[in-house]
Structure formats: C-alpha cells, structure tokens
Design a protein around this ligand. Structure first.
Ligand code: PRP
Length: 285
C-alpha cells in the first residue's frame, strides 16, 4: 500500500506544532526518542525527522513527498518548491537588526557594512536592487552575538518574540518578510501520493478552520433576537431554539475567534445573557 512520506523538523521551534497538527488530523506517530523514521497510525504515512535546512533538498530529490517547513527556509533554499497549504503556526519575521545605540534611518545606513546571518541568499535577494554594497558573514547559529564580538555591524535572522534581539542589545532595522509554517510539496510527488496529499489537506483545512472559530451559545429575549442576530458574524445563519421559559430563545452559532471580543459588549447591550463560548474540534464545511 502506498504511503505518503512527510518530513518534519527533528528538533526546534516547528517540531512540536508539526506533530500536534498531525495529531489533530487523527494521525499519531509511533516513534521512540531519537528514532528518525517512523510509521503512523490511522493514515498511510511515513514520517522522517530531519534538519530544517536539509528539507528543501530532500523534497527536490523526491526522498520525501511533502514537508512541514518554515517559509523562511524555502525563501533561503527552496524557491522552486511548491506550497500546498499555509499552516498558521510558527509565525515570525525575518529581519535585519543593528546595535541599539547605532543610528538607523534607512537601508542606506547598511552601505559598506558586514552582515552576519544564516540566511545569505535571503539577504542577497532583499538587498540586490537597493544599490548598496555589503559583506556577508555566514554563521549557522547564535547570530545575534556577532555585533557584540566585532564580527559584524548588522545581522539578519528570524525574530519571533524579539527577546533575543533585546537581550543582545540589538534593534530591528528592517522587516524583510513574515514567515509561518507551510506544507510544502516535492516536485517529484507521484499520483498515489498526490491522492493521499488531497486527503491530508482536507483534514488539515478542517483542523485550521476549527482552530480559528468558536461555538457560541447565548440566551436572548424574543423581542431582542433580531438585534442580537445582526451582531453575530455566523457561518450561515444561527440556530434558534425556544427556551422552556416563555418569551426567550437560545441562539447557537459559530464565529471567528478574533471577532468574539469585538461583539461581546454589544451582545450584552443588545440583551444577550448566559453567553457560553466553546472550542470546536473539527469543522467540515
Ligand atoms: C531563533 C533565531 C533567533 C531567535 C529569535 O533561534 O535564530 O536567535 O530564535 O526568537 P525570539 O525573537 O523569540 O527571541 P532558535 O532558538 O530557533 O535557535 P537556532 O539558533 O538554532 O536557530
């Protein structure tokens, strides 16, 4: 039986969320500690735990069919690789930063400077048409230390919370682009694996929709129902059920997670009471 081969990050910031999204899709991985290739339960899939930076080449070579990887790695090493799905986790920026006490007004301030980074191609692409000269100092980790030890004048690295920049007396100078985890596809994927990819994408989309939505139940007096319903950005139209108490109804609907706090005060003002907000496990539309 055909299995789809997926690469996920062996360790690092994408690993946990990558395993979790597969789990939420009903796919559990049978692996022990340090086991780099594993089978799964409930889906014909083989998982390979690989180093982030190696994954684009494994995709290109067709050693794996798909991978969960950061867009930042694809920009650096895999511009030719197709993205099937954005996964809405591991969001970060890829930025240029300079020492806190250095005056920075525009990209021209980097002219003639040394830039330390693990992302040399990304820096080249970004600065290519900006008419400045610079020297890349390529290092594979702890990039933020470079200005403090006289190795470089600026750095390019990923910024998530900003804490590493802050703790190393650096400030963000330019946000080059934003990145998140994506599902990337090998150019050599075969037809059988493509079919499995479609099934996996269907599950992933249901999980992502559910993560972004809340199920809301509330009670409202019947004469206020129209006003309450107008405030609800629902899926299609809310479900209205009569309560045992005469003149009252229960309203059930699904709303985008980020909209809830915008409407809660208005709902209360409009007469809604007993508002319950529940998580949704999967959403198949
Ligand atoms: C990354 C990156 C930065 C840091 C930024 O390193 O290289 O150093 O995270 O995150 P922050 O803005 O939340 O502080 P990571 O911890 O992933 O390890 P790495 O050095 O192996 O890349």
């Amino acid at each position: 039986m055909t299995k789809i081969r997926i690469a996920i990050q062996k360790s690092g910031r994408l690993n946990e969320d990558s395993v979790q999204i597969l789990k939420d899709c009903g796919i559990s991985i049978d692996n022990g500690k340090d086991q780099l290739k594993a089978e799964t339960r409930n889906f014909p899939m083989e998982v390979m735990f690989l180093r982030n930076g190696d994954i684009p080449q494994y995709l290109r070579d067709g050693v794996v069919d798909i991978a969960i990887i950061g867009e930042n790695v694809l920009v650096e090493k895999g511009e030719d690789i197709t993205v099937a799905e954005k996964l809405n986790f591991s969001k970060c920026k890829v930025s240029l930063a300079v020492p806190k006490d250095v005056e920075y007004n525009s990209i021209k301030d980097l002219d003639g400077k040394r830039i330390a980074t693990s992302y040399p191609n990304t820096v080249d692409q970004y600065l290519a048409d900006k008419g400045i000269s610079y020297e890349i100092h390529q290092i594979s980790g702890s990039v933020e230390i470079a200005p403090n030890i006289g190795l470089a004048d600026a750095i390019c690295d990923i910024v998530s919370s900003g804490s590493t920049l802050f703790k190393n007396n650096l400030k963000e100078a330019e946000v080059m682009f934003t990145s998140e985890a994506v599902l990337a596809v090998s150019p050599l994927i075969n037809e059988d694996a493509k079919e499995l990819l479609k099934k996996l994408q269907f599950r992933i989309q249901s999980v992502l929709k559910a993560r972004n939505a809340k199920y809301v139940l509330l009670n409202a007096p019947n004469d206020k129902l129209d006003a309450v319903i107008k405030l609800l950005p629902g899926m299609r139209s809310p479900t209205i059920l009569p309560l045992a108490e005469e003149g009252w109804s229960s309203v059930h609907t699904v709303i985008p997670k980020n909209k809830f706090w915008d409407v809660i005060d208005e709902l209360k003002l409009a007469g809604a009471e007993g508002i319950l907000v529940c998580p949704i496990e999967k959403m198949v539309l």
